[in-house]
Design a protein around this ligand. Structure first.
Ligand code: SAH
Ligand code: SF4
Ligand code: F3S
Length: 486
């Protein structure tokens, strides 16, 4: 079987998360307590991990990038598929052994489980793995400091209620100081939770109801980021385009209005948002794509299936035709927009004909990138109660066929950019000396070998080559020079 794509996504996020909270070596001291936060799952968890690191800094904890160096380990977990949740228990087994060794030496070692597994399983985690000191659900992170103090005094803490207060009002704002290693781009959670209740999905149970953070708070946090040198902000939410709030005059606005407000921030070159639901793509947001150059021409719009029968059983509340119509409207507003999507194969009752409808939708829409998953039955969701579960072998075979098509489209999209001149945002050094890696407007990784600028610069390049996962480029002017010479 081919590798499950979400495992790749999770690994990428793990790697991305570690350096964000790492301090420069010179800042380490031998005495302070040290915390290691390991992040699984989606970008919302990456953002939360950063906020938790900041909150623990106020408790005297310094971030480190391995469990071996830490006195406190937090696993910020994901419950979306069975594999993701099970990973946590194997990691906890490893941590238990470390804890026993530390305790034998008389040293402190605390283990906390946060994120969506914490919310879904609560005290069951402590029952299954007694070495765990804290279980803290995503809506109670502002109580983390207090929880750690209680755990240090020997209490086992389980906090999984949904308090009325907004946790973000009590957590430090995204602090560019500790994110400077990757200070060019930043995440900003604007919305949390989900009221949609797709029948396969745990998110409404693990993250609770849809909540939008207020505009003024978001502007303040975004301004702090741009003033510290962040050039690109990705707005996050489980249903980011369900965000709603009020502008300065008290008028109701949606994500389109938020994007319009943030677009005015000096120094902000690029805005993105993820993840969107097709039902919440309103006119104001589509107009923002037409009018605002700062809004990047890339949209992650999951559809899950191309079959109306399955979409209905999934409770997606839209048909395949409605999804296609939304795509048509977006493409009319922003013709160069690239699409990305999520797909599930083998939802209960999915026939070969249903699956063919998904393949057909993919052929018609064409995606620049996509994530596809085998349906994973999740306890407590209506999907888990359905008869007619699809055999594992059939799911494997469908996933392979779908991924072959999506990979073909991704490669074709990369190739279509060869010869094109575009701006890329330089984000980090490459593997080879002198090499830099930037991102295209379409979220592609672009490798450049010639001197062109500094990390954080927006530079103009011409694409010369396309590999399966990255593009290669030369400075736009040098390409022109070469052309003139030849
Ligand atoms: N809020 C987003 C997606 C959140 S979860 C949306 O509505 O589109 C990210 C993706 O994980 C989903 O889009 C779906 O493709 C996948 N997923 C969620 N639950 C799943 C399950 N039980 N089995 C397999 N894939 C699942
Ligand atoms: Fe899950 Fe559906 Fe909500 Fe997305 S919209 S988080 S898939 S329930
Ligand atoms: Fe996973 Fe929770 Fe995100 S279940 S995908 S970490 S919202």
């Amino acid at each position: 079987m081919t590798e499950h794509p979400n495992d790749t996504a999770i690994r990428e996020i793990d790697e991305a998360a570690a350096p964000i909270i790492a301090l420069d070596a010179g800042e380490r001291s031998t005495h302070p307590k040290r915390v290691y936060v390991k992040t699984y799952g989606c970008q919302m968890n990456v953002y939360d991990s950063q906020r938790m690191g900041d909150a623990l800094a106020a408790e005297g904890y310094q971030p480190v990038d391995s469990a071996e160096d830490a006195d406190l380990v937090l696993l910020n977990t994901c419950h979306i598929r069975e594999k993701a949740a099970e990973k946590v228990y194997s990691e906890l087994g490893r941590l238990r052994d470390m804890k026993q060794e530390r305790r034998a030496d008389g040293r402190e070692f605390l283990i906390g489980v946060t994120g969506c597994v914490a919310q879904a399983e609560g005290s069951e985690i402590v029952r299954r793995q007694k070495a765990v000191d804290m279980v803290i659900g995503p809506q109670t992170y502002h109580r983390l400091g207090e929880a750690v103090r209680r755990a240090r005094s020997g209490e086992t803490v389980v906090e999984t209620d949904f308090p009325a207060e907004d946790k973000f009002d009590h957590l430090p704002l995204a602090k560019p100081k500790v994110t400077r290693k990757r200070g060019v781009t930043a995440f900003l959670t604007v919305q949390e939770g989900c009221d949609k209740f797709c029948t396969f999905c745990v998110v409404p149970y693990t993250r609770g109801a849809e909540v939008s953070r207020p505009l003024a708070r978001l502007v303040e946090e975004a301004r702090g980021l741009t003033e510290a040198g962040v050039r690109e902000i990705t707005l996050l939410g489980q249903n980011v385009n369900a965000w709603h709030g009020e502008d300065e005059t008290g008028a109701s606005i949606g994500l389109g209005g938020l994007v319009r407000t943030l677009a005015q921030l000096p120094g902000l070159e690029r805005l993105r948002y993820t993840t969107s639901h097709p039902r919440d793509m309103d006119d104001a947001l589509i107009e923002a794509h037409r009018e605002l150059p700062v809004l990047m021409p890339y949209l992650h719009l999951p559809v899950q299936s191309g079959s109306d029968r399955i979409l209905k059983a999934m409770n997606r509340k839209h048909t395949a035709a409605q999804y296609r119509a939304v795509i048509d409207r977006i493409r009319a507003a922003r013709p160069d927009i690239a699409l990305s999507g999520d797909f599930i194969v083998g939802f209960p009752g999915e026939t070969e004909e249903d699956f063919e409808a998904t393949l057909q939708l993919v052929r018609d829409v064409t995606y620049a990138q996509a994530f596809s998953f085998k349906y994973s039955s999740r306890p407590g969701t209506p999907g888990a109660e359905l008869d007619d579960q699809v055999p594992e072998g059939v799911k494997d075979e469908r996933l392979q066929r779908l991924q072959a098509l999506l990979t073909e489209q991704q490669i074709a999209f990369g190739r279509s950019k060869i010869g094109e001149t575009m701006d890329i945002l330089l984000e980090k050094p490459g593997r080879k000396p002198g090499q830099l890696i930037g991102r295209s407007p379409w979220l592609q990784s672009v490798v450049i070998d010639q001197p062109i600028g500094e990390i954080g610069d927006l530079v103009t390049v011409t694409i010369t080559e396309a590999g399966p996962n990255s593009l290669f480029a030369v400075p736009a002017s040098s390409h022109m020079d070469k052309k003139q010479v030849s």
